[in-house]
Design a protein around this ligand. Structure first.
Ligand code: CA
Length: 216
């Protein structure tokens, strides 16, 4: 899952990016509204965390311009406790909001929920045959036994499972699993699929030649 965080407070931006990367997300960052909107329009993010008070373009403007073109799930960070801010955000097309200061676990839970809703999968557990994915604990079981996965393997499996039945091209997988700062050497989608099949069985992920991968 690839996220964009738009936040002008350097410490908060760095802290959020670090925490989200630790959760296995690919994270891009923007420190002002103009750069944030440019990135949000240019890539296919699974969710955007958007601060309201931003230089160049404020969060409201970024949201309005993004919504004119894209349905990317947006979690707004509002500094003020005024309910008018929350109403304005939700009316403007935000999917959720969080009032600063917030607890990190709550932000992580809301991001997970946004991604699930964006994929029309409201339940936190996904089952594919004998494979069970717990998207809250980020653990995977096969026939009742926990299977250790790397962060990349988990992200790839979760993305395909959330978009079950859709053939996902390698290009789309790169876009959703790797951020701007990831080195290309780590972008070995085929190797991750090979390893997932070794760990979970050969039939979990199907290859569609010339197109990509699918969980049927
Ligand atoms: Ca701010």
């Amino acid at each position: 899952m690839r996220l964009l965080v738009i936040e002008d407070e350097p410490d908060l931006l760095a802290g959020l990016a670090r925490a989200l990367r630790k959760e296995g997300y690919a994270v891009d960052t923007a420190a002002d509204g103009e750069d944030g909107l440019f990135k949000a329009e240019g890539a296919d993010y699974d969710a955007v965390v958007l601060d309201v008070m931003l230089p160049r373009l404020d969060g409201w403007t970024v949201l309005a311009r993004l919504r004119a073109r894209k349905r990317t799930p947006v979690l707004m960070l509002t500094a003020r406790d005024a309910s008018t801010d929350r109403v304005r955000g939700l009316d403007g097309g935000a999917d959720d909001y969080l009032v600063k200061p917030f607890d990190l676990p709550e932000l992580l839970a809301r991001v997970r929920a946004l991604i699930r809703r964006g994929a029309h999968q409201p339940r936190p557990a996904l089952t594919i045959g004998e494979v069970r994915i717990d998207t809250v604990a980020r653990t995977v079981e096969h026939a009742g036994a926990v299977v250790p996965l790397t962060a990349r393997e988990y992200a790839l499996l979760e993305y395909l499972a959330l978009h079950r039945g859709e053939v996902i091209t390698r290009t789309a997988l790169y876009e959703h699993l790797f951020g701007d700062e990831d080195s290309t050497l780590s972008n070995l989608i085929d190797v991750h699929v090979f390893n997932l099949r070794k760990k979970l069985g050969p039939d979990v992920i199907a290859t569609r030649r010339g197109h990509g991968y699918v969980i049927a």
